[in-house]
Each structure stands twice: as C-alpha cells, then as structure tokens.
Design a protein around this ligand. Sequence first.
Ligand code: SF4
Ligand code: SF4
Length: 186
Amino acid sequence: MECIRLDSSINSGFIDQVARESEQDPYLCYQCGNCTAGCPNNFVYDIPVHRIMRLLQAGQKETILGSHSIWLCATCESCTTRCPNNIDVARIMDVLRHMARREGYVTEKRVKQFNDSFLHSVQKHGRVFELGTVMRFVARTGRFWTDVELGPKVLARGKMATRAHNIQGKEQVSKIINRFLGDERK
Ligand code: SF4
Ligand code: SF4
C-alpha cells in the first residue's frame, strides 16, 4: 500500500472546497466502514468509499481525483443511508466527480462519455431520448457491437422510442445544463 506523507501532501483548500460544495462535514467520519459494507460497486473500486472519506480528511486531492472509484459510483445512496453520522456520502462522491471533470482527472472515459451523451439528450429535448443517447454514446466510443443483440428485443417490446419527444419548456432545461457546463469550464 502506498505510504502517504501528511506533512507534505495535505491540501486543506481541497477539504474546504469539498465540504462547501457538498454541504457535508468530512471530519464527522470515524471510519466505521458501513458505507463500504453496503456499496454494491465496491468490487470494482480501486479505493473503497470509507477510504475515500479518510483520504479526504487527509486532503489527498491527487489520489482521490485520480481514482476510478469516483467514476464507478452508481449514486445509489446506500452509503448515505447507512452512515451513522448522517453524512451524505453519495453527495460527496458526486462533488468529487464534478471536481474531477472540471480539473481534467477523467479516469473512466466511457462513463464520462455516457454522462455527456445523456446530458446532451436532455439539453436538446428537455428529457432523455434513450435511442439518441445510446447512438451518440456508441458513435463516440466506437463500441458498435457491445450489447448489440439487445437492440431488437428492446425495440420489439416498445421499451425504447424511435423518435424523440420534446417537452414544453425544454429551453429552460437547456439553460440549466448550459449553466452547469459553464461552471465546469471555469
Ligand atoms: S452511492 Fe456510490 S459509493 Fe455510495 S454505496 Fe452507492 S455506489 Fe457505493
Ligand atoms: S459510514 Fe459514515 S462514518 Fe462510517 S466510514 Fe462511511 S462515511 Fe465514515
């Protein structure tokens, strides 16, 4: 396991920024491990979620933002529900992912591509158009044959619309997303 030198690598500004953006107090974590015990994606994480919390208390920005875990989090909120100290851990994971996007630490490019395709669809139609999202994702990642056998089954059962439906007020939704993308580029 990598040895962390707290005298030279602690980044207090990072701890404050995560606390401010998430409106959570990372110092309340006492490492009980309940969040990790309930995390359904722990098996693919490079750093378990309770250890992310400990690294956060220690201001280890590079290690956290460079991890795969923050991109593989499913935002299921099991960690939040299980935390005895009422820390919204899932929200902290969200904030860390946003920070990683802003600062160019994307370790799971396909996850980012999928999120971007989803956002693009909502920005355009005011709601997600599943087929359009999938097609954009496939075109951008070149994964033309992955899960291709599922397409006919899903379409035959009418589970996926073949035409996009726009909602009323989609312009307002688009403005919200533009604001988010603007924040991200700052
Ligand atoms: S929100 Fe993320 S970190 Fe928390 S339990 Fe779910 S997958 Fe794990
Ligand atoms: S459940 Fe809460 S207190 Fe326990 S390790 Fe996770 S964040 Fe820390």
